[in-house]
Design a protein around this ligand. Structure first.
Ligand code: NAI
Length: 328
């Protein structure tokens, strides 16, 4: 269609957005035929708004044919007006000496307000992706604060974990990433997530059997994926931005355009799949088609290791919910 769609991006002057906005405007997310209008939200302070203006000047200087319009906002109730896609990237980072509960509370406030704003003014079909951490719990808060919108339209980003896991497996096998199918990452976007290769295959063979090295899987692979964010900070002095933006593009493009049967990982509200309590935003393997995702069901959890990993990541999500429940 040639009618432009409205895409809201929060934290628009931050570093993930700096790697993301140009790619959205060039058509990488929604396709080369889909014009876009960017509705950019930043904190109201002068510094953030000035930085946002600078980003918009650069976007203008790209002369993107698909970029039909841009708006700078400081109020979510205006920024989210009629938006069909909401990429919630901005959140409150952990400050020096800040307790986990303080961090959760600060974000609860942000995502309650943003959920309410989406509920009030966004398109009734808005697809929401929460990137800002703690991403799963922030998505849950926004969803709870937007009762008139479809629950299933609130998602959290686990695609970066999925992509990291894919690359590590491909490197270990010396094969291209594109040959690996049916990888899953379960749970929270945090170090408790469970990158699970039990169902993964490559050219019809089990990835687990090809690698055939349980010690590598448990002692090298899992910690490498879990600590990858910290390793990037250590190396670069800043947190992942280019890879995070790529994961945003992948998550949204697959959700909208479909995966043709391929599994990808999305954080989505549970309907009880795999005994995860309803509404917990949990990383699941999904397939996408016709603008909808479907959780891959029927996978067996018959080993203690996997059961334990699922329980651990679920316990963390429940404790995050418990810490903010009273604020909703
Ligand atoms: P950043 O600090 O460079 O940018 C964040 C921006 O958000 C800042 O410009 C800030 O002013 C803005 N902001 C803060 N609160 C806001 C609010 N209430 N409304 C609108 N804007 C607001 O951070 P960066 O590197 O861009 O990361 C953004 C978030 O994404 C962080 O929470 C980070 O932890 C998370 N992240 C999540 C990943 C995932 O895989 N789920 C991967 C990478 C980053």
């Amino acid at each position: 269609s040639t009618k432009p769609v409205r895409i809201a991006v929060t934290g628009a002057a931050g570093q993930v957005s700096y790697a993301l906005l140009y790619r959205i405007a060039s058509g990488e997310m929604l396709g080369k035929d889909q014009p876009v209008i960017l509705q950019l939200l930043e904190l109201p302070n002068e510094k953030a708004q000035a930085a946002l203006k600078g980003v918009m000047m650069e976007l203008e200087d790209c002369a993107f044919p698909l970029l039909y319009g841009m708006e700078a906002h400081s109020d979510p109730a205006v920024a989210f007006k009629d938006t069909e896609y909401a990429l919630l990237v901005g959140s409150r980072p952990r400050g020096p000496g800040m307790e986990r509960t303080e961090l959760l509370a600060a974000n609860a406030q942000i995502f309650t307000a943003q959920g309410k704003a989406l509920d009030a003014v966004a398109s009734r079909n808005v697809k929401v992706l929460v990137v800002g951490n703690p991403a799963n719990t922030n998505a849950w808060i926004a969803m709870q604060s937007a009762p008139s919108l479809p629950r299933e339209n609130f998602t959290a980003m686990l695609r970066l974990d999925h992509n990291r896991a894919l690359s590590q497996l491909a490197a270990r096998m010396g094969k291209p990433v594109s040959l690996i199918k049916c990888l899953a990452v379960w749970g929270n976007h945090s170090s408790t997530m469970y990158p699970d290769y039990r169902f993964a295959s490559m050219e019809g063979e089990s990835v687990k059997d090809i690698i055939n090295d349980d010690a590598w899987y448990k002692d090298v692979f899992l910690p490498t994926v879990a600590k990858r964010g910290a390793a990037i900070i250590e190396a670069r002095g800043q947190s992942s931005a280019g890879s995070a933006a790529t994961a945003v593009i992948d998550h949204m493009r697959d959700w909208v355009m479909g995966t043709q049967g391929r599994w990808v990982t999305m954080g989505v509200p549970s309907n009880g799949e795999y005994d995860i309590p309803k509404n917990v935003v949990f990383g699941y393997p999904v397939t996408c088609s016709g603008g909808k995702y479907t959780i891959v069901e029927g996978l067996k959890f018959d080993d203690e290791f996997s059961q334990d990993r699922i329980e651990r990541t679920l316990a963390e999500l429940i404790s995050e919910q418990d810490a903010v429940k009273h604020l909703l």
